[in-house]
Design a protein around this ligand. Sequence first.
Ligand SMILES: *[C@@H]1O[C@H](CO)[C@@H](O)[C@H](O)[C@H]1NC(C)=O
Ligand SMILES: *[C@@H]1O[C@H](CO)[C@@H](O)[C@H](O)[C@H]1NC(C)=O
Ligand SMILES: *[C@@H]1O[C@H](CO)[C@@H](O)[C@H](O)[C@H]1NC(C)=O
Ligand SMILES: *[C@@H]1O[C@H](CO)[C@@H](O)[C@H](O)[C@H]1NC(C)=O
Ligand SMILES: *[C@@H]1O[C@H](CO)[C@@H](O)[C@H](O)[C@H]1NC(C)=O
Ligand SMILES: *[C@@H]1O[C@H](CO)[C@@H](O)[C@H](O)[C@H]1NC(C)=O
Ligand SMILES: *[C@@H]1O[C@H](CO)[C@@H](O)[C@H](O)[C@H]1NC(C)=O
Ligand SMILES: *[C@@H]1O[C@H](CO)[C@@H](O)[C@H](O)[C@H]1NC(C)=O
Ligand SMILES: *[C@@H]1O[C@H](CO)[C@@H](O)[C@H](O)[C@H]1NC(C)=O
Length: 624
Amino acid sequence: MKIFTFFLMGFFLLTTNAINLENDKNALLDFMHNLPHSRSLNWDMNSSLSSVCTQWTGVTCNEDMTRVIGLRLPGVGFHGHIPKDTISRLSSLQILSLRSNGISGQFPVDFFNLKNLSLLYLQFNQFEGELPKDFTVWKNLTVVNFSNNKFNGSISESICNLTHLTVLNLANNSLVGQIPDMGRYGLQVLDLANNNLSGVVPKSLHKFPKSVFVGNNVSIVYGNGEVPIVMPPKANLKTGRKMSEKVILGIVLGVSVFGIVAFGVFWIMCCMKRDNGDGIGISSKIEKGGMSPEKAISRTQDANNRLVFFEGCNYAFDLEDLLRASAEVLGKGTFGMSYKAILEDGTSVVVKRLKELSSGKKEFEAQMGVVGSIKHENVVELRAYYYSKDEKLTVCEYYSQGSVAAMLHGKRGEERVPLDWETRLRIAIGAARGIARVHTETGCKLVHGNIKSSNIFLNSQNYGCVSDIGLSSIMSQIATPIARAAGYRAPELTDTRKVTQPSDVYSFGVLLLELLTGKSPVHTTSGDEVIHLVRWVHSVVREEWTGEVFDVELLQYPNIEEEMVEMLQIAMSCVARVPDQRPKMTEVVKMVEDVRRSTGSESRLRESSTSPRPEVFETEASGL
Ligand SMILES: *[C@@H]1O[C@H](CO)[C@@H](O)[C@H](O)[C@H]1NC(C)=O
Ligand SMILES: *[C@@H]1O[C@H](CO)[C@@H](O)[C@H](O)[C@H]1NC(C)=O
Ligand SMILES: *[C@@H]1O[C@H](CO)[C@@H](O)[C@H](O)[C@H]1NC(C)=O
Ligand SMILES: *[C@@H]1O[C@H](CO)[C@@H](O)[C@H](O)[C@H]1NC(C)=O
Ligand SMILES: *[C@@H]1O[C@H](CO)[C@@H](O)[C@H](O)[C@H]1NC(C)=O
Ligand SMILES: *[C@@H]1O[C@H](CO)[C@@H](O)[C@H](O)[C@H]1NC(C)=O
Ligand SMILES: *[C@@H]1O[C@H](CO)[C@@H](O)[C@H](O)[C@H]1NC(C)=O
Ligand SMILES: *[C@@H]1O[C@H](CO)[C@@H](O)[C@H](O)[C@H]1NC(C)=O
Ligand SMILES: *[C@@H]1O[C@H](CO)[C@@H](O)[C@H](O)[C@H]1NC(C)=O
């Protein structure tokens, strides 16, 4: 009996499924037969049901082949109006592409039946009249491309309620009215160019480049109620852009000359080092069985000079161990070479070999004592130092994830793992706290002096952690800064040559800009122009195109634009030209911490950490 019921149910299921697919098949045939087209389709009414799913051009079914869920018919040469009650019967449809045909008429009202519609491509047709009045019937609508039609209505406010909307392209229509506030959820790609829209661009859409609003009569008002900018028509905009590029070029030329000189100095210094028989190149390499400073140290090794460890340091090694350790060149910094040394017990440490000390042993030891006493989760701990006539070393913790500079600027390309906003925020908060801690030392007189992304690491909680503290005041470097460090230097240092806490704040501001833009403080464009980040950001922000400042890599994370704009404002206050106008580091910490507090909620935190759905963008491309 049971078996019989089971069989009956199975039969029933089979038939209802077959009926569903049969209905879909008929809907497709009705559509094809009632809409003229110039290319023929291989949709044979006498073919089996399964061949609908497996053979019919442009048709995709669900996994168990019971419903049609995708219909992609681009460039089939359809013309005329979409026949009523045809496509709308495909009630399980999720993907519909009729792009690049000659379909005319109004948007089909009966598409409201397609409740599961997620991807809708109708671009390059002759659709006219109103856009759908209520978008919320398609709860799952993710990608909408209506570009290059003749739609002349307004954009319904209801579009703001689409929580899944990721891509919206309405460019090249004749749409009128205001732009709804539709950037509240995960909208990532937007194009409204060349319509007849008016009014003010909502704040939630400020993250998009100005080009997506071009060709409308709209204005953008940023921040504290500044003057609205009327969007010039497309042609004017282009010349406007060229002008500003020229201005940037002019500003940048000075920097460029400086940069080249500095780079030259840097190279000469490297080469001289090599001629000295040091045997260390600038590129990283692993030298087994002996650390490179060995030769230098062993020549003059003095029994009285020992590694000085700081309290609480439980490293069990001495100079001998250090010399025996295998070392890897990590890089050449402002104050000398850094090596990663792996001790025999497997511990890794960073050994920095300082060159050109300007101070004597007493001063050096005093400064190291101060720095070594700082124990803070956002400060890279100085574990030990070494001083002899010919060699000065510092020993710090090693961070396996590498520096923030490497994370931001390392291999941009296919394999790159983007540095997400959460992490960038944590880097900023951590670094700010670390620097603020440094600034409380020695009666609030200690200066970091060398804040840059290659000196920031991630601690175990993935917050920023600063290293290389307090060296600048005992080193004779400031006269010849290397090119990379130049972008972080506060303008007053050119004259005073003395790092201060306000100049630290400036450098931290540059670090924030680097996190926001993904650009190096001094970098060259593809056209070999040298761009000074602070000046570039100033010029872009002055022109009110704030959105264009941000790292493209960040655009994929939803709902972070407010936080980014806030962070940008903090950065701008830190890089104020006049030192007195810069905030104190303790204030900066509060501001940076407040970025998340004022705009963020737990849910947002979760949302932005889930990655977007890339398959959405690929479906259409892989269609016909
Ligand atoms: C389908 O089959 C019917 C008869 O079964 C026939 O009259 C008709 O021509 C066939 N149509 C096609 C497109 O083969
Ligand atoms: C729409 O999608 C949901 C979830 O995928 C599914 O349960 C539902 O049956 C679909 N609706 C139709 C009409 O196919
Ligand atoms: C919307 O799509 C998601 C997956 O993309 C699915 O889980 C959900 O059931 C869909 N909802 C509707 C109403 O189709
Ligand atoms: C939009 O286009 C339709 C058909 O072309 C026309 O009848 C209608 O008047 C237009 N509406 C506006 C507001 O221009
Ligand atoms: C939308 O259509 C336009 C015009 O064909 C195209 O350039 C754009 O890539 C499309 N956007 C998406 C997300 O498919
Ligand atoms: C959008 O959602 C809000 C709140 O959920 C609601 O008040 C409003 O009526 C909705 N708008 C439309 C056009 O559906
Ligand atoms: C809109 O039309 C212009 C000019 O014909 C074209 O350059 C642009 O790519 C079109 N935009 C889209 C999204 O198709
Ligand atoms: C744009 O809209 C204004 C009124 O809002 C109208 O006068 C003008 O003709 C429209 N332009 C186009 C190209 O539709
Ligand atoms: C642009 O909009 C303003 C009002 O917002 C209006 O005064 C002006 O006439 C419009 N310009 C054009 C070309 O439609």
